[in-house]
Every structure is written in C-alpha cells, then in structure tokens.
Design a protein around this ligand. Structure first.
Ligand code: GDP
Ligand code: MN
Length: 400
C-alpha cells in the first residue's frame, strides 16, 4: 500500500525524524490558514506540495498547463493561489503515466534554505534477503540520472535483521554523505530513526529524497524534505493505524470493488478478460494467451474457495472494462468446486445479459456437475478441452 508524503512524514516525525513544520489542506481556505500560521511563526517562505501517490511532482505539469506540482510561496495569499491552481487538477509526472493523477490535497510546509541535498532510503534487498540502507550525496530531483551516471556514489549497508542498524553502520552512512563533526553526529542519530520507521511500520520502502541540510534560525539542521513510504500489504493486518492511511481515491476503482468481495483484480491493457483461481494459474493463463497471439485485458483471481456470489461479482467487475472483447474462464478445481464456478457463471451471464464470447475451461473437483450445469443452462458457451485449446478459442473470439 502506498501512502501520501504528508502521512509518511507523520510516521517519521513520530520516531524523531526531522521534518519541516506544516499541515495538509483539502481546500484553498485551509491552505491559506496553514500558510498564515507558518508565516506568523516567523517562517519567511512556504512550499505548496501536491499530494499524489507518485513522485516527480516538482518536474511535473498539470493538464491545465500550470507547471510544477511543488512550488514556493512568499505570502499566505500566494500559497492560497498555488493551492487553487493545484487542487482538483490533474498532475502528470514521469511516474503517473499520461493519464496523470487528480490532486485532492496539498501539503503546506515552511521552506528553509537548502544548503545541500542527499538521498537516503531503506528497502529490502531480495538477493541477500536483508534490509539495506542506501545513502548518497546526489539527492534531489535528478537521482535517477545520477544513479545511472555514477552508481558508485551510493553507499549501501546490508543490515542483519536480528541486530538492526548498528551504530558503526550509521556512522559509515553519515560519512558517505560527506559530513563531519556535529553534522556527522546528527546524521548518525537521524539515519537509525529512519530505519526504525521502516522496521516498525513493516514498510517495503522508506525513501527520503531529498534529505537536506537546512540553513535556519537554529543553525544548520538535517531535515526530510520529501518522504515516500510503501507499506508491505502482508504486514498491514498488524497495523490498524496504518490501514487507516489508505486513500481509496488513489486506487483503481475496479481493484477496490474486487477487494470488497475478497477477490484480486489486476488491470492490463489487452482485450481478453481472464477469470482464474490462483496467482500461478493467472500467470500461466496470461502466458498462453500471449503465446497464442492475444493480449490479456485483466485477470481476476477468485482464490481457493469462492462462492457463487463471488464468481458473479467477479464477472461484473471484468465486464466493466470497456476493452474486453472475449472472456476466458480457466479454472483448475483443486479446492475449488467446479460446479460453484459454473453456477456463478450462469448467474452472472443472466444478470448481466452477457453478449461477449465466453470460453470456459473447467478441470478438477466436481467438473462433471459443473459441465452439466453449463450445458443445461441455455447460456452460450465456447468450451475449451484443454488450456491451450481454450486460449486459442479466446484469442480467435477476441479477434473476430
Ligand atoms: P518530487 O519532485 O515529487 O520528488 O517532490 P519533492 O518533495 O522532492 O520536491 C521537489 C523539489 O522541490 C525538491 O527536490 C527540492 O529541491 C524542492 N523543495 C521541496 N521542498 C522544499 C523546501 O521546503 N525548500 C526549498 N528551498 N526547496 C524545496
Ligand atoms: Mn523528491
């Protein structure tokens, strides 16, 4: 699960990581109020930041033509104008794809003077099956290019999960940022707090880019200017407080609908809808469609023990994708009772008045009863004898 920058900063701040003072706003009035409070506290400038689940905002462009999802303001009135230009507008960045994302909130923060920008991240290294902390001097908006140009500049520390980030490792990372003296000590305290946030939240990624040296009233300080946290969905059950951070506005509507029925739905860009049971069968089904010259539009995994209602709901979800030209049901009933699937198909076809070609391949537990249900239902079905046969028929039907 992804969360917004302002939420990521709250999780970091709760664990002692320095972040700029500020607040989130969903309306221009709220934005002005936050900015007024910051100016009243003596800050000379504020920054207005679009909150979307994608990076590259600084260099992004709104569909309205307004450039930049991150902008500085010298007054509360200007902050309000910037919020007005961003809220409700669609921001397109390198990471959003051409369709962009609608900005529902802006984060208003005090904008200090940045002396230097660094990169800091904690993630899981799958190769070593250990957490890894990354730090580099090339922070900011051009990190991707910098990493491609001079990959050696990023310092990596592999962490023993039983020991956690050791003090000498934190000092090594701080040193790699080119810091010395008090600032090195400050970084050696800062970095373990970021690691702790990653660990305690069951995050898959905590990325601070830029981590900045800020010149301010209280001297030079380290501050997380931007923060991105991805949470591991498998850990969410342990964190009701993190589940509450979910922003459904950022998720694909059909995927949310599927979630309500305990189904997993994944959208793709072809024209053959796939209804399968199990992620492995989903992958194999997509491969064979591709092999036969077709392209999957989506797949919907009904899991191991779906009910007739769930199967009917699954059908309604895949039919809402306007690109679908044919449906391939590929079920291997190990746990799943094939007759339940068959009854679900019949119910769904009747309720939706389905007119698209429907190819069904059922195999396994109670398959005779399932085939009987389909055969006597009066519903038009193209039946596949094997996975390959069903895939060929679905591809042919989608092309017809
Ligand atoms: P991103 O483009 O989505 O990664 O958004 P960021 O939060 O990283 O903001 C983009 C850039 O704006 C940063 O890399 C900074 O250079 C700049 N920026 C963001 N916040 C501040 C701030 O408080 N003060 C100053 N001076 N610059 C900022
Ligand atoms: Mn950034």
């Amino acid at each position: 699960m992804n969360i917004h920058e302002y939420q990521a900063k709250q999780l970091l701040a709760q664990r002692g990581v320095g972040v700029p003072p500020g607040g989130v706003a969903t309306s221009t009035d709220e934005a002005r109020a936050v900015a007024e409070r910051l100016f009243a506290d003596g800050h000379a400038r504020v920054v207005v930041k679009s909150q979307i689940h994608a990076g590259g905002r600084g260099k992004g462009t709104f569909k309205s033509g307004f450039p930049g999802g991150v902008q500085l303001a010298q007054s509360a009135a200007e902050a309000q104008q910037l919020a007005e230009a961003m809220l409700g507008q669609v921001l397109v960045t390198k990471q959003t794809g051409p369709e962009g994302r609608t900005v529902g909130r802006v984060l208003i923060e005090a904008a200090g003077t940045i002396q230097k920008e660094f990169y800091l991240a904690v993630t899981l290294d799958r190769a070593s099956a250990r957490p890894v902390v990354l730090a580099g001097t090339e922070g900011g908006m051009d990190i991707e290019e910098a990493a491609a140009r001079t990959p050696g500049k990023i310092c990596r520390k592999s962490i023993d999960p039983a020991l956690g980030l050791m003090p000498y490792q934190a000092r090594g990372l701080a040193g790699a940022l080119g810091l010395s003296g008090d600032l090195l000590n400050a970084a050696a305290r800062f970095i373990p707090r970021v690691y702790r946030t990653w660990w305690e939240c069951d995050a898959s990624l905590v990325e601070i880019n830029p981590l900045a040296l800020l010149e301010g009233a209280d001297g030079t300080t380290l501050c997380a200017i931007d923060a991105k946290i991805n949470l591991d969905d498998n850990g969410l059950a342990r964190h009701p407080e993190l589940q509450a951070l979910r922003d459904l506005g950022e998720e694909a509507p059909l995927e949310i609908e599927a979630g309500k029925h305990q189904l997993s739905y994944i959208q793709m860009d072809g024209n053959i809808a796939c209804l399968v049971n199990g992620a492995g069968l989903a992958m194999a089904t997509m491969d064979i469609i591709q092999h036969c010259g077709g392209r999957p539009a989506n797949f919907l995994d009904v899991g191991g023990g779906a009910s007739t209602e769930q199967v009917a709901a699954a059908f309604k979800i895949i039919l809402q994708d306007p690109n679908v030209r044919a449906i391939l049901v590929n079920i291997f009933g190990g746990i799943m009772d094939c007759d339940i699937i068959a009854q679900g198909i019949v119910t769904a076809v009747r309720e939706t008045g389905l007119s698209l070609p429907l190819v069904v391949r059922l195999e396994g537990n109670n398959v005779r009863a399932g085939q009987q249900t389909l055969a006597t239902s009066g519903v038009t079905i193209i039946s596949g004898d094997s996975m390959a046969d069903a895939a060929q028929k679905a591809v042919a039907a989608a092309m017809a």
